[in-house]
Design a protein around this ligand. Structure first.
Ligand SMILES: *Cc1c(COP(=O)(O)O)cnc(C)c1O
Length: 376
């Protein structure tokens, strides 16, 4: 293995996940959300794979992400929606990128009018997430009409975002949906061709009534389960593997310790393997004494404190036979065993999104298609 730790990303898995979501979306367009470096998978490769899989839109959170996509060669035939707010400094970058923008105040419309630039606008109703958008449907209407009346602006979309789509059995998504429909459907009746969109991955999988004209799917296109469960149960295929290797093997006698703070003390004679990956790579310290990885297709327990650059595993189990250079799989499958981002999230008390987004820039992303190298 050439490097100490790497993230192998199977772009073919992203393609298949998008195709699977597109089937579920039943005619609604798929907008692939590739913000935050494609949830840690590599933004440009993820975006290309998503388009091959049938997505026709891309979404990002920031103006710089939209600029980077255009610079990577995604042309004007691919609409890029910026989901987030834009500062005065970011607005010209977003306009140069020809991105579709989220708008919810008259002041934002005025700033766009003042720019004199052609812009496609998506008016955002806050139907209950309490974050961006206006809670007031009358304000949302006024903004939409101002956009429609402005010479260079195009009223392209009306949208909202759910707070609880990933919580099964919850009633709040239905309330948000009702508020959104009560506003957006009459607006579309007045402006035929307006795109309505509301669903994230969880809503896409959970309720066809949320699909409208377009679904904004992020986490699921990477094969991560939006409900934090086993992705395989929903036919999602994890695209990312996180792999390191056995850099050192040593005997550890009973009573000897490993790692900072001596938080692991061997209860019996065993063997330890050191993998050169740590919280500096986004393999979080919260996993100390509380995670498993795979070696030779078998589960090995993490022992001791995760440090910045190294972590230790107990590899003393009978017959394991660790050798220098052997792969250690931190996320992924080996033999019949799997460690998922959902497992790491559970061990950490967080969500799978944060696990893959948190893999740091120090870890090279290596893209492939079912094992074949891809040109980038
Ligand atoms: C990130 C984001 C999405 C995608 O959500 P997933 O749960 O990853 O599918 C959709 N819409 C908005 C507004 C977002 O910020």
């Amino acid at each position: 293995m050439a490097v100490r730790a790497l993230a192998r990303v199977n772009l073919a898995a992203i393609e298949r996940n998008v195709a699977r979501l597109a089937r579920d979306a039943q005619g609604a367009a798929v907008c692939a959300v590739v913000k935050a470096d494609g949830y840690g998978h590599g933004m440009v490769g993820a975006a290309r794979a998503a388009l091959r899989g049938g997505a026709t839109w891309l979404a990002v959170a920031t103006a710089l992400e939209a600029r980077d996509l255009r610079a990577a060669g995604f042309g004007d035939d691919v609409p890029i929606l910026i989901l987030g707010a834009l500062s005065d400094e970011e607005l010209p970058i977003a306009l140069d990128a020809g991105a579709d923008l989220a708008v919810w105040t008259i002041e934002m419309v005025q700033a766009l009018v003042a720019s004199g630039r052609p812009v496609r606008v998506h008016v955002k109703l806050d139907s209950g997430l309490g974050r961006l958008g206006t809670r007031d449907p009358e304000q949302a209407d006024a903004v939409a009409e101002a956009v429609a009346a402005a010479e260079h602006l195009q009223l392209a979309g009306a949208w909202t975002h759910f707070a609880t789509a990933d919580e099964r059995g919850d009633a709040f998504m239905g309330e948000q949906l009702a508020r959104f429909k009560a506003w957006a459907e009459p607006l579309r009746a007045r402006h035929p061709g307006l795109l309505l969109h509301a669903a994230n991955s969880a809503a896409t999988l959970r309720d066809p009534a949320t699909h409208f004209d377009l679904v904004r799917a992020g986490v699921a296109i990477y094969g991560l389960d939006p409900f934090g469960e086993d992705p395989a149960a929903r036919e999602l295929e994890p695209a990312l593997e996180l792999v390191s290797y056995v850099a050192a093997v040593k005997a550890c006698a009973a009573e000897q310790s490993a790692g900072y703070g001596r938080r692991f003390v061997a209860g019996r004679d065993t063997l330890l393997a050191t993998a050169p990956i740590g919280y500096g790579d986004g393999y979080r310290r919260g996993l100390s004494n509380h995670a498993e990885a795979l070696l030779h297709g078998r589960r090995i327990p993490l022992v001791g404190t995760v440090s910045m650059d190294n972590v230790t595993f107990d590899v003393g189990a009978a017959g394991l036979g660790p050798r220098l250079g052997d792969d250690i799989v931190l996320i992924g499958a080996q033999g019949g065993e799997r460690v998922t981002a959902e497992d790491l999230a559970r061990w950490l008390g967080t969500i799978n999104y944060e696990v893959t987004c948190g893999i740091s820039a120090r870890v090279p992303r290596v893209h492939h298609r079912d094992g074949e190298a891809v040109e980038e």
